[in-house]
Design a protein. Structure first.
Length: 360
């Protein structure tokens, strides 16, 4: 029933072309309220209430290519990798939903896409595409094309823990020796600060404060990503050298335009892996994992590490804390020594040494 009583007065509540209409009839009688609702619906249908009749929402393919992607490129101008993420996901999504009008996409369609996509990609890859679809349709809601997002009714796939690689100090030395100068500075910056690769790419001159030994990360997806990071001596040396050589706004500029940030360094990374013969898999992002694990093994408390890495919760930070086998063996050795010392102390307390008899 679309009419209901509140405080002695009847209200109506219904959807009209994707828009919710909820108003008081001002009447205490249900029959009169139903008539009022019918009149209101007729007014809306005739366009006499200021809500004009709309055209059918666009097809998914046209919406993505002509509206969403241009908006996304502008919205994430300072984070081009984010935009590229949506470009990549748009391809399988457009292939599946191509000519379907936006208002015809249901949770059932999304479930069918999820099933089809799992035959082509991993659970993590499928979830990334679902997240991209959710983001696109949220934009469609804001544009007034649809009333609600059908992806919100769909459960994402469970994912495994994923691959995490912590490099040893020996591997670090071999990798940096094989890296070209640009990659070496990027890698050293990540290892010494725990920054995300794209955060290093976007370091600007005004973000660096060498006299006070800290670096500011002014932008990020969350407020926790926007932070100040104290600098170690190696990090300061890298940034000082990059500052002196910078011809534009960025310390790690794009190869063709110093006024734009670096966007990709995977080719140089691949060459360094080939020449150093480091055991695979090993991604650029694993340098950030290495920073997190080394910091924890050095005794840094998780609250401080969370703030340095720009995480919203310690639970996220814990994903980056992976003690090496050597560190775990050393921890067990210290536990063994601790237990022996405490056992000996307890025995001595229970059996104090006897005093030797005094000779008269």
């Amino acid at each position: 029933m679309s009419v209901y009583r509140r405080g002695g007065i009847y209200w109506y509540d219904f959807l009209f072309r994707g828009r919710r209409i909820r108003e008081s009839t001002g009447l205490p009688n249900k029959t009169g309220a139903l008539r009022a609702e019918a009149i209101r619906k007729a007014e809306l249908a005739e366009g006499r209430a200021g809500i004009l009749r709309r055209e059918r929402p666009p097809e998914f393919e046209g919406f993505v290519n002509t509206e969403f992607l241009p908006w996304c490129k502008n919205e994430h101008a300072r984070h081009p990798r984010t935009h590229r993420r949506y470009v990549v996901s748009s391809k399988p999504l457009v292939r599946f939903f191509r000519k379907l009008p936006l208002d015809a996409i249901s949770s059932g369609h999304v479930e069918k896409f999820k099933l089809a996509r799992t035959k082509e990609a991993s659970a993590a890859g499928t979830n990334r595409d679902l997240a991209a679809l959710r983001y696109m349709l949220n934009f469609a809601v804001r544009q007034g094309y649809i009333a609600r997002n059908p992806v919100t009714m769909v459960r994402f796939l469970p994912e495994g823990p994923g691959s995490t690689r912590i490099i040893s100090h020996v591997e670090e030395h071999e990798y940096l020796e094989a890296a070209n100068p640009l990659l070496r500075d990027v890698a050293r910056s990540i290892l010494e600060t725990g920054m995300r690769p794209e955060e290093v790419f976007n370091i600007r001159k005004e973000d660096v404060h060498l006299e006070r030994r800290y670096l500011r990360v002014p932008t990020g997806k969350t407020k926790f990503a926007r932070r100040d990071i104290p600098l170690t001596e190696p990090a300061s040396e890298v940034l000082k050298r990059r500052l002196a050589a910078a011809r534009g706004a960025y310390l790690f500029p794009h190869r063709s335009d110093p006024e734009k940030p670096l966007t990709d360094i995977h080719k140089a990374h691949g060459n360094a892996l080939r020449d150093s013969k480091i055991k695979l898999p090993f991604r650029i992002y694993d340098l950030r994992h290495t920073f997190g694990s080394r910091s924890a093994m050095a005794g840094m408390d998780l609250g401080t590490l969370r703030e340095l890495m720009g995480h919203s919760t310690i639970a996220i930070t814990m994903r980056y804390v992976h003690p090496t086998p050597e560190h775990k063996r050393e921890a067990m050795r210290r536990l063994e020594v601790f237990n022996v010392e405490r056992t000996c102390a307890a025995y001595e307390h229970a059996h104090p040494p006897q005093k030797s008899p005094q000779l008269v």
